[in-house]
Design a protein around this ligand. Structure first.
Ligand SMILES: [Zn+2]
Length: 108
């Protein structure tokens, strides 16, 4: 139970959640298994998308299994939920795709 161990030390050292995340990330980097870590996170992301109760962060509509909002008038019908709304309004398609490593769904 790694989490149990972590919380024990977090308590001892008074680590905030942010510090705990840093410690975990440092541990992961030291394992030199970034690919395995990314695979793990991808599985977590798929689980997140597979959640039927997932709602769009902007309009509250349902989000399909690919992560897009079902409301065609919503900016998130073209972009995954992880993109910040601020970026959608302020940045060009190229900037957003580069920043998040995602693709816009529809061609303009
Ligand atoms: Zn939406």
């Amino acid at each position: 139970m790694s989490y149990h161990i972590l919380s024990k030390y977090a308590e001892r050292c008074g680590w905030t959640e942010e510090v705990q995340v840093d410690v975990l990330c440092e541990y992961v980097s030291n394992q030199q298994s970034d690919d395995a870590f990314e695979d793990f996170l991808k599985v977590k992301y798929e689980e997140y998308l597979a959640d039927d109760n997932l709602l769009c962060r902007k309009c509250g509509s349902n989000v399909d299994t690919k992560g897009y909002c079902v409301d065609e008038t919503c900016p998130y019908s073209d972009w995954p939920q992880e993109v910040e709304l601020d970026d959608l309004y302020r940045n060009s398609r190229d900037v957003i795709e580069k920043k998040y490593g995602v693709k816009k769904r529809r061609e303009e």
